[in-house]
Design a protein around this ligand. Structure first.
Ligand SMILES: O=c1ccn([C@@H]2O[C@H](COP(=O)(O)O)[C@@H](O)[C@H]2O)c(=O)[nH]1
Length: 662
């Protein structure tokens, strides 16, 4: 179905005066910045270049496998993000093919890079049994030149084993695991998940590349994998040898690592520069869910391409040295980096590929979209549990607020979620979950099987501790939100001094909430990440009349903004709000006349934090003292059950029982 072209009108093209181009589609969560006035596109650099391209993708596949209907745009749906980022994996394949053809025609090169978080967060992966039954075969259809693992591939043994059995063989030597080992599921021996690095020469220009694939110093992985700290990895002989290679025109450091304020990438940059002062370096990062470009130094630039495949990141590099067909090396001249953040919708993809609705989709791309469509149908991903009466935002509303998904959870969902086993005998409870367990917004209208996994994909259930004195239990939430008598880092420090951390470390600090945007982005961060003020009007982001006809979206400020804008589409800015680490609900109790004891119920993912907080408050509990809660259901189940019970659909609103329109 062809989209109409009325609403997204001002693009900045991806420029081609470069000779190496990267695509990086990051499936990460993103930041939206405050006001940037309308940009005439004539002044923008676009995807037009004779250099080399890196197209990238990162963290979270939320919209990768969207429904067919989402491709139909209207201004309303563009605003709610369902259509603004609605091109699918098949479209991505068509798009990459067109750019590859163009690179072949003009003698440049295109590399497609994927920096992880391909699993969790969309029904096509999460709803199948086994998980990923359809997605591995769909992903492998894209020709990816450098692919790495994110943290989401490693939370569960089953998903990292899938990397070993499916993704690594699907992408062969293009999968790089510089600091990631796995216990071989067959013989139990520890081995690199994939090759540590890759050296190759680009097809058209003969650019000699040494590529690495890193993961940040992640500690939340299941115990069948080992993530070696980057600082230790770069001391290893293989890395030291690789960076001393003299026949290299470009180092590509790809990975699930933020590009800004990144101890991991800063250490790699320093290690490379310690031995070679001038070989250019392209960093392609991820994890913090933002669009960002960071200049590490004169010849080293890093790109991060947002979240959830909302953005196709495009980095171009020109002027690299390269080995010509006759064996001589052409020296580097006027090295230049540029970047573009492409909104992942068909309008943008047509625009940048120079195609239209009749010429854009390749047979290959169409087949992959058809495979997505049929898998979605089989999984009944559009089956509706109920219909949301309004939008609920994770970050785009302040907390607490009637439009906040977190407020909805603590004031409506938890208080009316009773264990089926004893519906009439509800004991007084305090229920806590981490905000990181929620990943996306809820839009007014059908709440489907797919929605449940977009909003909360994790499999962990709830646990409870019985008979916890209310005076203590009621302080846990404050501690977890850094509002108690001790801040979390100090809490960990104290526990470490007493030796009672049990493998729990400062690295777990990042586990409660989603990853924070980089601190040094504070100047603009302040303008978009506002403090929660309940009476603030949300989406009040139209600072001047010029923006009135722009669709709200990303207005990115990065290290290259003073030279050229990064966003391919001019947007009206959106304001984002900070959220607490954790939220909590009081159930069947009146805080003014509290009971002596309560059940403390929490998301199992934060159990170590809860036990640590209780220990600080003077109560010794171990995991063996805890019991399953919420009838063994995960947050995903709790949400879908609640929606089924409480949100009816008006006539015709529910969109059918999983039957997608063709
Ligand atoms: O089982 C889980 C796994 C993760 N989380 C939360 O997710 C974030 C990480 O998500 P990114 O997409 O990598 O940002 C983590 O910090 C946890 O808060 C979870 O709740 N349950």
């Amino acid at each position: 179905m062809a989209p109409t072209t009325t609403h997204v009108s001002r693009w900045c093209s991806v420029e081609y005066p470069y000779t190496l181009h990267f695509f990086v589609v990051f499936l990460e969560r993103n930041l939206l910045l405050q006001h940037q006035s309308r940009r005439p596109c004539e002044s923008c650099h676009g995807v037009n270049s004779t250099s080399s391209i890196l197209l990238t993708r990162t963290a979270g596949t939320a919209v990768t496998f969207k429904s067919e209907q989402a491709k139909l745009y209207s201004k309303a749906t563009l605003i709610d993000c369902r259509a603004q980022y609605s091109a699918d994996w098949g479209d991505y394949i068509s798009f990459a093919q067109h750019l590859r053809d163009r690179a072949d025609a003009d003698g440049s090169d295109l590399l497609v890079v994927d920096t992880g978080d391909r699993v969790e967060g969309n029904g096509l992966y999460d709803a199948s049994n086994p998980k990923g039954k359809y997605t591995f075969d769909i992903f492998k259809e894209q020709q990816i030149d450098i692919i790495t693992s994110g943290n989401h591939e490693l939370y569960l043994k089953n998903s990292s084993d899938n990397e070993y059995y499916e993704t690594v063989p699907n992408f062969k030597d293009n999968y790089i695991a510089s600091n990631l080992d796995i216990y071989n599921p067959e013989d139990g021996k520890l081995q690199p998940l994939a090759p540590r690095y890759r050296k190759f020469t680009t097809k058209n220009q003969g650019i000699r590349i040494v590529a690495f694939g890193f993961l940040f110093d992640f500690k939340g992985n299941a115990n069948n994998t080992v993530v070696q700290e980057v600082e230790d990895t770069i001391k290893e002989q293989w890395f030291q040898d690789a960076i001393r290679d003299k026949d290299v025109d470009l180092f590509v450091v790809a990975g699930h690592v933020p590009v800004r304020d990144s101890k991991e990438y800063d250490a790699i940059y320093k290690a490379i520069r310690d031995v070679t002062w001038d070989i250019p370096i392209a960093f392609l990062g991820g994890h913090t869910h933002i669009r960002d470009t960071h200049v590490f130094g004169k010849k080293a630039v890093g790109l991060e391409s947002g979240r959830y495949m909302e953005t196709i990141g495009f980095m171009s590099v020109s002027g690299l040295s390269h080995k010509k067909k006759d064996g001589t090396v052409e020296a580097e001249k006027s090295l230049t980096f540029d970047r573009r953040y492409i909104d992942n919708n068909l309008f943008s993809l047509y625009h940048h590929s120079g195609k239209n609705d009749t010429t854009f989709s390749t047979e290959h791309g169409k087949n992959v979209s058809a495979a997505i469509h049929s898998a979605r149908k089989e999984l009944k991903l559009d089956k509706t549990f109920g219909c949301a009466p309004q939008d609920y935002w994770l970050n785009r509303a302040p907390y607490p607020h009637n439009d906040s998904i977190l407020t909805w959870l603590e004031t409506e969902v938890f208080p009316t979620t009773h264990p089926a086993s004893s519906p009439s005998k509800q004991p007084p409870q305090l229920v806590i979950t981490n905000s990181g367990a929620l990943r996306f917004d809820i839009f007014r209208g059908p709440f489907t099987i797919d929605t449940t996994f977009l909003v909360s994909p994790f499999t962990s259930g709830f646990r409870k501790l019985k008979d916890v004195p209310y005076s203590v239990a009621s302080q846990v939430l404050k501690l977890l939100n850094n509002e108690g008598p001790i801040l979390l880092p100090a809490l960990l420090e104290t526990a470490a001094q007493h030796g009672d951390l049990g493998g729990f470390s400062a690295h777990h600090l990042s586990q409660l909430a989603p990853p924070d945007p980089p601190i040094s982005a504070a100047t603009w961060r302040q303008s978009i990440f506002a403090d929660a003020t309940a009476d603030q009007q949300i989406l009040s982001s139209t600072p001047d009349s010029e923006d009135k006809d722009l669709v709200p979206g990303y207005t990115t400020h990065d290290d290259l903004s003073s030279t050229s804008p990064g966003d391919d589409t001019a947007h009206a800015p959106i304001r984002f709000y900070d959220v607490p680490n954790c939220i909590g609900a009081s159930i069947a109790l009146d805080p003014d006349t509290p009971p002596e004891t309560v059940e403390l119920v929490y998301n199992e993912f934060i159990q170590q934090w809860v036990l640590l907080a209780l220990r600080y408050l003077g109560l010794e509990y171990n995991s063996s003292d805890t019991e399953p809660a919420m009838d063994g259901r995960s947050l995903t189940d709790v949400l879908s059950d609640w929606v089924g019970e409480h949100w009816g659909c008006e006539n015709g609103e529910n969109g059918g029982e999983g039957e997608e329109g063709d």
